[in-house]
Design a protein around this ligand. Structure first.
Ligand SMILES: CC(C)(COP(=O)(O)OP(=O)(O)OC[C@H]1O[C@@H](n2cnc3c(N)ncnc32)[C@H](O)[C@@H]1OP(=O)(O)O)[C@@H](O)C(=O)NCCC(=O)NCCS
Length: 309
């Protein structure tokens, strides 16, 4: 039985971390009959340490094989004002089923318990291994999200901006209103995340806002367009119509590409509108929390980059 040492990821290990993330996801999904994940290979997975270490320096726990020094697995976590969210969790396929993920999760649960905060995450509904890992540790599944995608034409969609003249690019001045809206809708705060996206050191983020007719904002939506991640989210919106308008605007950032977005399955008006625009489901994702979580008071669109609960 290998002995695993838990410690913080070092800067010189980012390429090795990219290898673990890529191999773990690729092998797991290929074994489940869904090959083709991370076509950009391990190098494109550097986006995870790059983004996560910018947001939360030193918040990646790794399990090192004590017998040879290899990285057997790793997990990023994101301490926030109101909660901790668990980022991408990966075990190298050579170490599947040997208790590595369980040890990493224990570390993050202990860290979160010390802060007396809830721990939140998203897990794939088709990935019974991770679903079980989390529910065994006391997580409660709370909401289902449809992972949807569409091929965006090179000329963009006609609906991109026609839906609402109230949609515009966000700027740093919007930050307080964005933080307040997320608090109202989701009961969480993560101001620094949004500052990072709008500062855009990575050069891959975009943020749209929908203004309210009565002043203030009705929603916002972030997206990332990077070889390692092409996604809409995170974002929150007061209404389905606001969400549809923001999705249209952010899809326009991906002309010629095929981004994915996570849409709450219970928001049937929004889901039906997205079907009518041609979006299709690729997977289901489960929002889970260990500790209390407010029922969403509007539309919440999470993302896998950075993983948000
Ligand atoms: C999911 C993943 C992280 C699990 O890592 P792992 O190191 O193999 O998992 P562990 O060996 O620590 O086992 C996890 C626990 O889940 C339990 N488990 C797994 N499948 C189960 C099932 N069908 N029913 C009940 N429990 C199950 C295991 O028994 C174990 O608990 P136990 O030791 O108390 O019995 C790993 O398969 C992986 O990296 N997959 C690809 C990436 C991924 O899916 N990441 C998660 C994204 S949210």
């Amino acid at each position: 039985m290998a002995n695993f040492n838990l410690r913080t990821l070092r800067r010189d290990e980012w390429p090795a971390a990219g290898e673990v993330i890529c191999a773990s996801i690729r092998d797991w999904y290929a074994a489940a009959g869904r090959p083709g994940r991370f076509p950009g290979g391990a190098a494109s997975c550097l986006v995870f340490p790059e983004v996560y270490e910018e947001l939360d320096p030193g918040c990646c726990v790794v399990a090192e094989d004590g017998s040879n020094g290899r990285l057997a697995g790793l997990c990023f976590y994101h301490p926030r004002e109101t909660h901790v969210s668990l980022g991408i969790m990966n075990v190298h396929p050579d170490y599947f089923g040997r208790g590595v993920a369980k040890q990493l999760l224990r570390f993050i649960c202990d860290f979160t318990d010390d802060q007396a905060k809830p721990l939140r995450l998203f897990s794939s509904a088709m990935n019974i291994d991770s679903f079980s890992l989390y529910t065994r540790a006391g997580f409660v599944p709370r909401d289902i999200f449809q992972v949807m995608t569409i091929d965006v034409p090179a000329m963009g969609f006609p609906f991109a901006h026609e839906a609402s003249p109230r949609v515009r690019d966000a700027c740093l001045k919007d930050l307080p209103a964005m933080v307040a809206l997320e608090w109202e809708i989701s009961g969480i705060c993560r101001e620094n995340d949004y500052r990072c996206f709008m500062t855009n050191r990575l050069g891959a983020w975009h943020v749209s806002i929908i203004d309210s007719v009565s002043g203030g904002i009705d929603g916002f939506l972030v997206s990332i367009n990077h070889p390692g991640s092409k996604m809409l989210g995170p974002g929150v919106m007061r209404t389905d119509a606001g969400a549809a308008a923001l999705i249209g605007a952010e899809l326009d950032q991906f002309r010629g590409g095929s981004p994915v977005c996570l849409v709450p399955a219970a928001r049937t008006v929004l889901v039906q509108q997205l079907y009518s625009r041609g979006l299709r489901n690729t997977e289901l994702s489960v929002f889970q929390s260990r500790g209390p979580a407010q029922v969403f008071r509007g539309v919440m669109m999470p993302t896998f980059m950075p993983e948000t609960g």
